[in-house]
Every structure is written in C-alpha cells, then in structure tokens.
Design a protein around this ligand. Structure first.
Ligand code: GLN
Length: 201
C-alpha cells in the first residue's frame, strides 16, 4: 500500500470521544470522515479508534460486521491510531478478558490500570519523536501496556507502582496511546500520526 499524500482519515464514530479526534485532525488541515458502518470505510486511507468503552466498541464492531474487515485493512498495511479504548482494541492480549478485539498490536494490556482512586490525571511526557517539549497527556480510566513483542517500539512510559509502564507505542504503522492527545490543544501527536500515514515518519 502506498502512503497517501493527503490521507482521508476515518474516525471510528460508534461511541466515545471521536469528535475531539475529528477536531484535532481538522486543526491540522486533514480530511476526516466519521465511520459508523462498514461502507464508510470504503476509500479511507487510515483510521483513528477513539477512547470510550472498549467492550462496547468491540461488541458494536462485531455486530456491525466491521471487526474482521478492519483487521484485514490494518494487516494489509493501513495505518491506524488508537487512543485509550482504541489502544485496548488494537492489542493482541487483554489481561483477564476475552472481549472482542482487533489483536493486531503485539502487546499485553491491562485495562483501568491506575485504579479507582486515580480515575483520571494529567502528566507531562517526554516523547523524543515529538521534540524536546514535554507533551501534556490526559489519562482517563487508562490502560497500561504490560509487555510488548519485538516489533513494538515504546514511545513513552509512566511510573506506576514502582515500575515503568508503556503508555505510547508504535509497531510499524500502528500507533497507540493510553492517553488522550485529542483532549489538549497540543496537536503534535496527531501530526506525528499523519506523518506516519504519509510515509514521512
Ligand atoms: N477504561 C476504558 C476501557 O476499558 C477505556 C477508557 C477510555 O477510553 N478513556 O475501555
């Protein structure tokens, strides 16, 4: 698959924080389409899977017969970015859960990893790919990645219970974050994703 110069970005719009992704991408001048059914996927060059509730989104993808076609597109090289619940849906393995997933990212994820006491929090993350300036990151009932396969590059980590846990990863054209860059005015993470889509990162 060749990289698109001006990719049409599908944003999965079944549930969750999809409008914020559409707005962040629009601020960067990207063309977007809200994807609600299988036929909306025709012609898109790339896909964003937003935060929300991964069990609900997985069930809707299954019921709408979109899960397999989406998995096939990603396996065929279509770039994809998943944030929070989107990350969970991308992972090969979800700790303690058999919920439907795409399973294309070679990683093991723990849902709601920060516990009820810290439902949501913000942290400044240093991500060398985005430059020296720390990225403000919003975590909401966020997952962490417990382990990754050899093809997966960890882009950012946070400390949790004395261990460093991956919260942003990349495996080829698959990008995933535990946090929500779409909820801050900082567009560098979406710009990085668009660079991947264009074959420039
Ligand atoms: N805890 C949610 C889940 O497991 C993810 C939270 C989010 O996307 N903000 O699906």
């Amino acid at each position: 698959m060749t990289a698109a110069k001006n990719p049409l970005v599908g944003v999965l719009a079944l549930q969750g924080a999809f409008r914020e992704h559409v707005a962040a991408l629009a601020r960067l001048g990207a063309a977007t389409r809200e994807v609600r059914q299988l036929r909306d996927m025709a012609g898109i060059d790339t896909m964003v899977i937003p935060g929300g509730e991964s069990t609900t989104m997985g069930k809707l993808l299954t019921d709408l017969e979109m899960l397999e076609p989406l998995r096939a597109r990603i396996s065929g090289g279509m770039p994809v970015y998943g944030s929070c619940a989107g990350l969970i849906l991308l992972c090969r393995s979800i700790e303690g859960s058999e919920q439907p997933r795409l399973g294309v990212l070679d990683a093991v994820v723990r849902r709601n990893a920060f516990g009820r006491q810290v439902d949501s929090f913000e942290a400044d993350l240093t991500i060398p790919e985005l430059g020296a300036e720390p990225l403000p990151a919003v975590f909401i009932r966020a997952p962490v990645i417990l382990s990754t396969g050899p093809e997966v590059r960890v882009l950012a980590r946070v400390e949790m219970d004395g261990a460093e846990r991956a919260v942003a990863v990349r495996q080829g054209r698959i990008l995933a974050t535990s946090f929500h860059p779409e909820l801050t005015p900082d567009t560098r993470f979406h710009r990085y994703f668009l660079d991947i889509c264009r074959g420039a990162a």
